[in-house]
Ligand binder design. Structure first.
Ligand code: SF4
Length: 251
């Protein structure tokens, strides 16, 4: 089973909207793997293998993909969706791109925390003056947009920590959601990412307070703490997370 970050990019939008969610979610069990999530992981695995080997997705048709107790056979439809993603990534790599597949990036230094603040970007492409961060979403239920997306911004911050900033002026963050025929891109100057990093650091400091406030809203939809959250389950719609957490802040 893959290692989980205490501070993860995928839930960071919630931390920014509800500081108390960080502490509250730490003490509830993680949701297990579902058929949908396992199917998405198998598509990611095929896409990563194809990018690393240079093969097209059709070469994986009829192969069995096993993910945490689930098993899928790649069919033509799945391969066609994955190929859309491969074509986009290969086009972005072009002649001068340096491709890193399933690339783990750590953004703990920028956020001022000591450990376990990382994520895995599906693809990172480094060019002389541009960094491209790509995220494959294989679900089709919720349309995901790149603009102002904290998950992508954290991957970008981690990529800068990993590969350095020399020459980089522009960061392109892209979500590929082939089953919705959807590509969404957010391009920023590196200074805009630096501004986001400051905002993110402040949000983490607030989340680490012993009485971080709970704020309910649309971001509650996929919160693991929702069933027991006092803000959601009370009339007032607010509250405090009075739990301590294992995360130490670097002062
Ligand atoms: S359910 Fe909503 S208010 Fe409660 S912790 Fe989660 S995000 Fe915050």
């Amino acid at each position: 089973m893959s290692e989980h970050a205490v501070l993860s990019p995928s839930s960071f939008h919630r931390l920014m909207a509800c500081a108390g969610s960080f502490a509250l979610e730490l003490v509830v069990p993680r949701l297990g793997t579902t058929t949908h999530s396992a199917y998405g992981t198998s598509a990611h695995n095929v896409a990563a293998s194809a990018l690393v080997t240079g093969l097209d997705a059709m070469h994986f048709i009829n192969t069995e993909q096993k993910v945490e107790g689930f098993s899928f056979v790649v069919d033509k439809e799945m391969a066609a969706f994955i190929q859309n993603y491969l074509d986009e990534i290969r086009s972005e790599v072009g002649e001068d791109g340096d491709l890193h597949v399933e690339c783990r990036v750590d953004f703990s230094k920028t956020l001022g925390v000591t450990q376990s603040a990382f994520g895995t970007a599906d693809a990172i492409i480094r060019k002389p003056n541009r960094l491209s961060i790509s995220d494959l979403k294989f679900g089709k239920g919720v349309l995901v947009h790149a603009k102002d997306n904290p998950q992508l911004a954290l991957y970008s911050i981690g990529a800068l920590e990993k590969f350095g900033r020399d020459g980089i002026e522009e960061i392109a963050m892209t979500i590929y959601q082939p089953r919705r025929n959807h590509i969404s891109q957010w391009v920023v100057h590196i200074s805009e990412l630096d501004a986001f990093a400051i905002e993110a650091k402040v949000a983490v400091e607030k989340a680490l307070l012993p009485d971080a406030p709970l704020t309910s809203g649309k971001h509650c939809q996929f919160c693991n703490a929702k069933p027991t959250c006092p803000a959601v389950n009370s009339q007032s719609g607010n509250g405090f997370a009075v739990l301590s957490n294992p995360f130490k802040k670097e002062l």
